[in-house]
Design a binder for this molecule. Sequence first.
Ligand code: T5A
Ligand code: NA
Length: 214
Amino acid sequence: MGTQRGALVVFEGLDRSGKSTQCQRLVDVLRANGEEVHHMRFPNRSSPIGQMINSYLSGQAQQDDHAIHLLFSANRWESVRELEERINAGATVIVDRYYYSGCVYSAAKHIPSMDLEWCRSPDVGLPRPDVCIFLDISAEEQAKRGGFGEERYEKRELQDRVRECYHEMRKHPDEHADMVIVDAGRGMEEVEQEIAEVVRRVRKNVEGGESRLR
Ligand code: T5A
Ligand code: NA
């Protein structure tokens, strides 16, 4: 019998919903239990493409909206081999933002030649996660959190449209994987516990062969 593959767990949500905080906590807890875990984040700002994205997000560089969209997608494709190798080797792979972000932030710009379908297409073929944990937070709570408003997309109106686009994607679980909504406006421990429960369930499904990677 071959190695049991690991689960692919994706975190999504609006800016400042606590994705990076919760990813790190989950990674730490699983590692403390002696589990094999691989932690990834997008954009991965360390590659040459990622550095272009970083310059754009911080406002140092301009990009055509279509071009930056394709760079975000290319930034995922350049890591796909690493992602698949880790899953196949049995690691639980925890990903901080994935193609959902790629889709919704671009579609939320409401540019006629960039509808949700167009935005989704360059990412088609990336592994579909076993679960997408969506950290939901109100605009009010979001604005209270540290550092909000510094980067390009951290504007109230755009964030509201991003929230709508996420909910649109949720209507198509076949294509986009099950999205589990977690109320992220609560304290960190409470949020962490709910996430741990979701992840436990998903890993059980993966081990039982009920969740297929596509
Ligand atoms: N983007 C991204 C695209 O347009 N296309 C794409 O394809 C992709 C992948 C950068 C931008 O790029 C866009 C989306 C974004 O606008 P990023 O690097 O993920 O994406 O953004 P970051 O700025 O790193 O992270 P976020 O703004 O998304 O924040 P997080 O990770 O959701 O939140 P986190 O954990 O850093 O927490 C934020 C603050 O809140 C506190 C934390 O301590 C921190 O100060 N906090 C809480 N406070 C109270 N209660 C809680 N429960 C809290 N949890 C966290
Ligand atoms: Na983050």
